[in-house]
Write a protein that binds this ligand. Structure first.
Ligand SMILES: Nc1nc2c(ncn2[C@@H]2O[C@H](COP(=O)(O)OP(=O)(O)OP(=O)(O)O)[C@@H](O)[C@H]2O)c(=O)[nH]1
Ligand SMILES: [Mg+2]
Length: 332
């Protein structure tokens, strides 16, 4: 099913003969054209005036996909599992989009390239669209680009969008704010589940997967995960733990059933609009933060230099970033 995106705010969009190059990209994207969508994503990835205009226009377009976030530590089998999940939806005749948020992910290099070809040959059509989002290191870049990419896929008319992120580090996208359903993937033998709890990954899962269930210790990993979930604050949705072997596809049917069950739950649950509102609040706050920072740096060029001056001190472990920020503010 395709939902062609249409501009809501007519005033914001030119549809006359003097159509701008950017508008042309939007029109192509709304028709599901992959090249237009790809180019639009490139505009959205880079900074600049055109990026701002594209973002603004993007937010007024219609289109809604079911967004599944798949997160977990490196190497647990996220890409392999996503290939399996995507195949199930493709077999149902759906339009699927995949966004890989890490530049080192096999999606951007080797691994999924093979899957991509396999899907094309099974599918015989262009119903799978894969794009990786590489961090260019600019402010809020990665999470902003990811959200924008999801929206482009929605405008394209994708029924399902799957986003892969690595669940570690400062740069990680808060996937639970982007996704309707967040799947946290773990694997046996990772050892310290307390570490998982501390990293916050346990908090964000709607569904937990213990992948590589062909390995010894899979049952222990399931029990540890269940114990970790019990330590979460009580909520009406109890996250299930599913065992899979992404390598051969076992357990994937059950995972799909749980994904559908969660989707139904959020569709009917009174809490769902609040979740969307929370995500919007987060986006607004992030825009304010970025705007303030930009203004702060532009108002006085010496501020940038001062920050660079402190960088060495932080790098050499003589101080920490929060203390530097405090010192800079106190001085002013
Ligand atoms: N034994 C076993 N190996 C698996 C399974 N699923 C994936 N693998 C292997 O685990 C390795 C990593 O799989 P990926 O799917 O690339 O893992 P990933 O989490 O996407 O990795 P990053 O994107 O680098 O974080 C590959 O060699 C897979 O073939 C599984 O169920 N069992
Ligand atoms: Mg991967």
């Amino acid at each position: 099913m395709v939902h062609p995106g249409r501009p809501i705010g007519e005033l914001l969009v030119k549809t006359t003969a003097t159509e701008s190059p950017l508008e042309k990209l939007f029109v192509g994207t709304e028709k599901g054209d992959r090249l237009s969508a790809s180019r639009l994503m490139t505009v959205l990835e880079n900074e600049g005036e055109e990026n701002d205009r594209a973002l603004r226009s993007l937010y007024t377009r219609e289109g809604r996909s079911f967004v599944i976030g798949v997160t977990g530590w490196p190497g647990v089998g996220k890409s392999t599992l996503i290939s399996r999940i995507a195949k199930v939806f493709l077999d149902q005749g759906k339009q699927v989009g995949i966004i890989a948020v890490d530049p080192s992910s096999p999606f951007s290099g080797g691994g999924l390239l093979g899957d991509r070809l396999r899907f094309r040959s099974i599918d015989g059509s262009d119903r799978l669209f894969i794009r990786s989002a590489a961090s260019r290191g600019h402010q809020g870049g990665l999470s902003r680009a990811t959200r924008a990419f999801v929206k482009v896929m929605e405008v394209m008319g994708r029924d399902v969008v799957i986003v892969e992120t690595i669940g570690i580090g400062q740069e990680q996208v808060d996937i639970s704010l982007v996704a309707d359903t967040t799947v946290v993937v773990l694997a046996p033998g990772l050892g310290d589940y307390l570490q998982a709890i501390k990293s916050g990954i346990i908090e964000i899962g709607d569904i937990f997967v213990v992948n590589k269930a062909d390995r010894p210790d899979a049952e222990k990993a399931v029990q540890d995960t269940k114990a970790a979930i019990l330590m979460r604050e009580k909520a009406p949705w109890q996250p299930p733990v599913v065992k899979t072997v992404a390598a051969d596809g076992s357990g994937v049917d059950e995972l799909i059933r749980e994904i559908e069950r969660h989707r139904e739950y959020t569709t009917n649950c009174a809490d769902a609009p609040a979740t969307k509102a929370r995500a919007a609040i987060h986006e607004i706050l992030e825009a304010i933060k970025n705007g303030l920072l930009k203004k702060y740096l532009e108002e006085d060029p010496s501020r940038g230099a001062a920050i660079e001056g402190h960088a060495q001190m932080v790098f050499q472990r003589h101080t920490d970033p929060a203390l530097v920020a405090e010192t800079i503010f106190l001085k002013e």
